[in-house]
Design a binder for this molecule. Structure first.
Ligand SMILES: *Cc1c(COP(=O)(O)O)cnc(C)c1O
Length: 408
């Protein structure tokens, strides 16, 4: 069994993939070729966002958007510690300071209820109000932005987040690396009312290319123009390659990747439905098993009409005290792959040791990190395979010996 089946996807694309690639090999415009602008306008139509700018990766998309916000030293940027490292890394690369807030226990998305206390703490430099990084404890940082993450493909609670951001004059960047194709109140991810969004086309994301790629989306023409300049070494204009007005980077999506994405985009709407159907089948298999009574937490159902995850991952939380490594080993022996997204919060990663956070600052994140297990998930996963996954998981959980102090 495969965790993600890219070969099945390749078969589903048929001849269009090779045709798209051959077209690039015929015209030889590998950088900013016609496929890039075609892809950008297709993705603008798909999301409804005014501007899409293809970038070299999801990480560069995040960094370009935050740089276009004008962030730098002295700015505090609020985000979640329960995410891939690139989210907070991109904040740090602008010179701003990441400030973490804890997550919701079920959705595992940033908990909007923590925004007010975190903002008060930043303003006063008082970590008795909310855990702060060392740099913010003097009260010299200014809260400037929020980076939300639609974890596992599920959009955050944007009404509460955008409400707080509006009240405090903060910019909002949606890290939609995992949620491209998801919906929130009938709107597509990357166009949910934030100042900008960044997505990733890493091969295993819901819309993936065959290498590194990403994109920035925005409805703000100034941000779009800035990202367009920054991704091309800060050039002055589209026809001024050797007139560089600001330090930028080489941050463009290349033409071949754009061509591959155009082929994938043809089957993407169907793949979204297949992913959602796959998640619903997992939901009902779990509901019909002994797992909920054993304390396993499935991902929560979408809570309103027109809202759904794109299921980049189907991630359960194992019963408290049930060792994940044992469960993963049990599954591996049955040729069932699984993964831990994420075993450690970013506040506990060496890369961010300089922020000086303490273990226990974000208890919901710590809990999730100990319990999460992602199951095989892709559009071509069949019901029979899913039934095997859930029945194996049930046996594994039945076998798992909670680690009490005597057995450690
Ligand atoms: C994958 C991912 C990124 C980074 O994307 P790359 O294309 O690998 O640079 C950023 N944020 C989140 C939440 C991701 O899952």
């Amino acid at each position: 069994m495969l965790f993600i089946d890219l070969a099945a996807q390749q078969a589903a694309m048929g001849a269009s993939l090779a045709e798209r690639i051959s077209a690039v090999l015929a015209h030889n415009h590998y950088i900013l070729g016609p496929e890039l602008s075609e892809l950008e306008s297709r993705l603008e139509k798909f999301t409804g966002a005014a501007s899409c700018l293809g970038c070299a990766s999801g990480s560069s998309a995040l960094e370009l958007a935050l740089t276009a916000f004008g962030l730098g030293p002295g700015d505090a940027v609020i985000t979640t510690p329960f995410t891939f490292v690139a989210t907070a890394e991109s904040i740090a690369r602008t010179g701003a300071t990441p400030v973490f807030v804890d997550i919701e226990p079920e959705t595992l998305n940033l908990d909007a209820r923590h925004l007010e206390p975190a903002l008060v703490a930043i303003e006063r430099g008082d970590q008795r109000v909310y855990p702060l990084p060392a740099q913010a404890r003097s009260g010299r940082l200014r809260a400037a932005a929020i980076v939300t993450v639609d974890i596992f493909g599920r959009p955050c609670a944007y009404d509460a987040i955008l409400g707080a951001a509006g009240k405090h004059g903060l910019r909002v960047l949606e890290d939609a690396a995992q949620s491209f194709g998801a919906t929130w109140r009938h709107r597509l991810a990357c166009n949910l009312g934030c100042d900008a969004a960044a997505t990733s086309f890493f091969p295993t994301k819901p819309l993936g290319c065959y290498g590194d790629g990403g994109a920035v989306f925005t409805n703000d023409p100034e941000i779009a123009a800035m990202v367009d300049s920054l991704r091309y070494h800060g050039r002055a204009s589209r026809d001024g390659k050797y007139d560089n007005v600001r330090p930028g980077m080489n941050g463009r999506l290349d033409t071949l990747q754009a061509a591959i994405l155009l082929a994938k985009l043809e089957i993407f709407p169907r793949e979204i439905s297949l992913r959602q159907a796959c998640a619903r089948r997992y939901d009902s298999l779990i509901a019909g098993s002994g797992l909920p009574e054993a304390g396993l937490l499935p991902p929560p159902l979408p809570d309103e009409d027109g809202t759904d995850s794109v299921w980049a991952q189907y991630t359960v939380q194992l019963p408290p005290g049930c060792p994940r490594d044992d469960v993963a080993d049990f599954l591996r022996r049955l040729q069932i792959p699984s993964a831990a997204h994420y075993p450690r919060g970013l506040h506990m990663q060496g890369a961010f040791a300089g922020l000086g956070y303490a273990a226990g600052d974000f208890p919901v994140t710590d809990q999730a990190c100990a319990r999460v297990l992602s199951l095989p998930m892709h559009p071509y996963l069949e019901e029979e395979a899913q039934a095997r996954v859930i029945s194996a998981l049930e046996s594994a959980v039945r076998e798992c010996r909670p680690r009490t102090p005597e057995t450690v």
